[in-house]
Design a protein around this ligand. Structure first.
Ligand code: GLY
Length: 322
């Protein structure tokens, strides 16, 4: 079936689902109930808490914030929050953003000493007129909002950093499936409203001051409550260059399924990069009808999918199969 035939009007799908204003979708049977997807297997724990929040009457925004907080709070996770891998100078610097059903968003980048950057991003969204705060300003704001200053560099991570520093002589490592697992989360509540979040410590051994895609609205995360949401993981520079998550949502607006949209943007990124085989980039997407999709350059990307009370880790298809 071509995309044009799959394009339904707002009233058609809206009346089928009772999910409010829908503008563009495939002819799909809408999935009922809450749906949550998160990148990587760490998403399982994030989804579990997110689902519990929704079941207890919490908002979809609470679901995506508190869900990823679980991973930010885990000192054993090396790529998010406390315990995150430091930059080339040994500083843990965090990036995160959040987006709600009303197209409101908040973001922090290059934030140090605060383990829950996504919660600071939410405060930026809710308590300021701005979208994004960075560095010292973001830290000052976080402290004013009551966040606690903490040492984010754990003994284990420091040891790993020292080893890598000695071995790699300051070379930037590739982001790959072993060393990079930004958590991106998209959720739809039972009423069909969407929110998303994304949080990371970024590329290990990045230059001091480097900001990746995760706090950039439209790159690491994008949500349009009429259409769906998408989040990215992997080499942030490639995602920023292609406005990755916004493009996935835009493709869904024009009739692609979440799976087709993720595949198309991953192929576009690969087509534009000579060294695409050496990097990992992956996307997850969820549309308002409840369809989901995921695709990556390299094999090994997985995502956690929570629907109908089942929370499962699913492998994403990839450009490079082997
Ligand atoms: N995708 C996360 C980063 O590149 O920092």
């Amino acid at each position: 079936m071509n995309s044009r035939r799959r394009f339904l009007t707002l009233s058609t799908l809206g009346s089928l689902t009772g999910l409010g204003s829908l503008k563009a979708f495939g002819q799909v049977k809408p999935v009922k109930g809450p749906i949550i997807i998160s990148t990587w297997n760490t998403g399982i724990r994030a989804n579990n808490l997110g689902y519990e929040i929704l079941q207890n009457g919490g908002s979809v925004l609470d679901c995506v914030e508190k869900g990823v907080n679980v991973i930010e709070n885990d000192p054993n996770n090396r790529t998010v929050g406390i315990g995150g891998f430091p930059d080339i100078e040994g500083n843990v610097t965090l990036d995160a953003c959040i987006m709600d059903q009303h197209q409101h968003c908040g973001s922090v980048a290059f934030l140090q000493h605060i383990k829950n950057p996504v919660s600071v991003a939410r405060k930026v969204m809710e308590n300021t007129k701005h979208v994004m705060l960075v560095g010292e300003g973001a830290l000052k704001f976080a402290l004013e909002q009551g966040f606690k200053k903490e040492v984010l560099l754990t003994e284990k991570t420091l040891t790993a950093w020292k080893k890598r520093k000695a071995e790699e002589d300051d070379k930037l490592p590739e982001i790959n499936i072993e060393n990079h697992d930004t958590i991106g989360m998209i959720a739809r509540d039972a009423d069909g409203n969407l929110s998303g979040s994304c949080t990371t410590s970024g590329a290990g051994m990045k230059l001091h001051g480097r900001v990746g895609d995760s706090p950039i609205i439209g790159a690491g995360l994008y949500v349009d409550n009429d259409i769906g949401g998408a989040a990215a993981t992997g080499w942030g520079e490639a995602v920023i260059e292609n406005a990755g998550s916004a493009m996935v949502v835009e493709l869904m607006r024009h009739g692609r399924s979440p799976q087709e949209a993720c595949e198309e943007i991953v192929r576009r990124i690969a087509n534009k990069l000579e060294d695409w085989r050496s990097i990992q980039v992956g996307f997850i997407a969820l549309n308002k009808a409840g369809q989901t999709g995921a695709f990556s350059i390299k094999k090994g990307f997985t995502y956690a999918h929570h629907s109908g009370g089942q929370n499962t880790e699913r492998p994403a298809d990839s450009l490079i199969k082997g």
